[in-house]
Design a protein around this ligand. Structure first.
Ligand code: SF4
Length: 382
């Protein structure tokens, strides 16, 4: 008998449509574009069709693995892009000839034992537009209403993360810290038996329990100048190599010049007014965060799951800070929704699509791949 496979789709999944040459954030620039082995072999078999393709491929041999990439520097545009912003491979051979990465983006498929989830990446501006048009909470919906229960523990943990982030009555920052704390507790008790783990997850369904944890973190006094100074350093360090990427320079150049030269105290004085205004955009940001949790927090290795979640927090903090710099530069002291959407795309690419590089950056700077909760509070809860 065939096993029933449930297909689940992110809200608005079917509405996605690439706007190709009308897109100001072409997906063909600003990262290393990998080519999967099957596509490489297919292109090899059809060599006569693919000469111009092989002239633009680089091969990396690392350890026992051979990896294939489109031959470009991270910041450069794809050599297959024509001057109208259209892909030469698609024009010559059709979409099905593309490598998996190019064919799929921004779609994401997560396959589990009895289900397939179809999600979308916030690294595409059209996806962020679709998410911003959702009125309520973003969701993942079963296509055939089978809605099988999450039997895998990692999916139960992910479900708890989503439930915490979608709780009412708490600030988004608090919910991110509490979620991170929950993952750390699970990591520290790796020997948890399944029933202990489920008991631990159950606690986070209780709003009073979450409130107690939040109060504990708010007992610590934070100096706003120190926190702003730290996030300013972090921001400048992380975007350092992305200011030259042409699809990102327009977003990063002005604010990074501003951040390099402004006095921290001048920035700190504007922070509280800004934060109040920024909270008005929580619905969009929360829905983007949930879509990232659904896509990325799926590892059965809890340490890997924490690292994925930590990157989601970092993306959030950098979006919040980049929009803050824009706000400080703006004479009217207003927030433009388009800035929020643009920085969500930018940091989804800088962090979410370069996870290995960011992981190394964190290890180099902090000695560990997982940040300390005290440090995260310091850069989040001020
Ligand atoms: S970023 Fe999105 S809309 Fe833009 S070209 Fe890529 S898939 Fe299309």
């Amino acid at each position: 008998m065939n096993k029933v496979i449930d297909i689940l789709k992110l809200s608005n999944y079917d509405k996605f449509k690439c706007i190709a040459d009308k897109c100001k954030f072409t997906c063909c620039e600003g990262w290393d574009i990998g080519i999967d082995g099957d596509t490489y072999n297919k292109w090899k078999e059809k060599n006569n069709k693919s000469d111009y393709i092989f002239n633009n491929i680089k091969i990396k041999n690392c350890k026992s693995k051979t990896e294939y990439f489109i031959n470009k520097e991270t910041h450069e545009a794809c050599p297959f892009l024509d001057n109208q912003g259209l892909c030469k491979i698609v024009k010559s051979h059709g979409e099905e000839y593309l490598s998996l990465t190019c064919h799929m983006f921004p779609r994401i498929e997560n396959i589990f034992e009895d289900k397939k989830e179809l999600l979308l990446s916030c690294a595409c501006p059209e996806v962020v537009e679709l998410i911003s048009s959702i009125n309520g909470k973003i969701n993942i919906i079963s296509e055939n209403n089978t809605n099988l229960k999450n039997n895998l523990l990692e999916l139960k943990i992910r479900e708890t993360l989503v439930n915490i982030v979608q709780q009412k009555n708490f600030s988004l920052e608090d919910k991110l810290i509490i979620s991170f704390q929950m993952l750390l507790t699970i990591l520290e008790n790796e020997s948890f038996r399944e029933d202990n783990l489920l008991e631990e997850l159950e606690k986070y369904k209780n709003g009073d329990y979450i409130r107690e944890l939040i109060d504990m973190y708010h007992d610590v006094d934070l100096n706003i100048n120190d926190s702003v100074e730290e996030i300013n350093y972090l921001f400048l360090d992380i975007i350092q190599n992305y200011k030259e990427v042409s699809v990102l320079d327009i977003l990063l150049k002005d604010i990074s010049d501003f951040a390099e030269n402004i006095k921290i105290r001048t920035l700190s004085a504007k922070w509280h007014d800004y934060k109040r205004l920024f909270e008005e955009y929580n619905k969009l940001i929360e829905n983007c965060i949930v879509s990232k949790i659904l896509s990325c927090c799926i590892s059965s290795d809890i340490k890997e799951m924490i690292i994925s979640f930590q990157l989601i927090i970092l993306e959030y903090l950098l979006v919040r800070y980049a929009v803050f710099l824009k706000y400080c530069m703006n004479k009217n002291k207003e927030i433009d929704t388009q800035d929020i959407k643009d920085y969500i795309v930018a940091f989804s690419r800088i962090i979410g699509n370069n996870t290995e590089a960011v992981r190394e950056f964190i290890i180099d700077g902090f000695g560990e791949a997982v940040l300390e909760i005290g440090y995260l509070c310091f850069i989040t809860l001020f």
